[in-house]
Design a protein. Sequence first.
Length: 256
Amino acid sequence: MSNPSYSWVSSANKNMQFTFIALAVISLGLASVNQTWIEALLFGGSTTAICLTFIHMHPQSTLTQHVVAIGLMLFSALHIHQMHGLVEMHFGIFVLLSFLAYYRNWQLYITAITVVVVHHLAFFVMQSQGLPEGGLLFYLIIVHAIYALVQAVMLAKMAKDNRTDSMSAMAITDSIDMIMLDKMVIDLKIRADDSLDAKSIVAFNSLLGMFDNLIVDMRNAAEQIDSTSEITSRNSAELHDTKQKSMTEVEYIDSS
């Protein structure tokens, strides 16, 4: 089954293509600091290739959006690794989380945060065993996780609300197109899809219902006027015939 096409997903994909290329370039730039060329080329290159392939092959697929979310967080992990856990490099997580809002899909933040948690916990376990050297203290990992989680929750709520607004606008636009499909006959019985339970759709459908009822009332009033006019005309004709008959009888009496 084909995926529905959304304009904001297309825009997001276009921006994500540039983002992954930029992240790969940044990774190559960081590689010279601690000689992490192999990680930059293999890990960064493969992540970029996979994400760009999904965007090109399945641009409207929800799976592609989750692949992008994973790819962004993996690049954050790569950059952190390349700088040996430098605290400032963790800012990349928060920056790239905000990029996901472009897709207006709150579920992506579950995927992204899962990757971040798994990465930090896995590396903490490795660091506690002395491999690799250095790293963050556990309480700092908890602090980072809390900040990332709070931001993800807020961004997810924003993404969900934005998606509802966008889907509502699409539903209203589609219903208007259907109403105006035949320029000679405007069908006000059509309603926008109210499955989203959005206030804008409810208000729009109420407006259509009001206009439809108004037109029905006007039509009924016109038919009532026509009926009254016909009755009046018929009564007038009968009155005229009665008058003529009366005048004929009066003339007959006078002539007698």
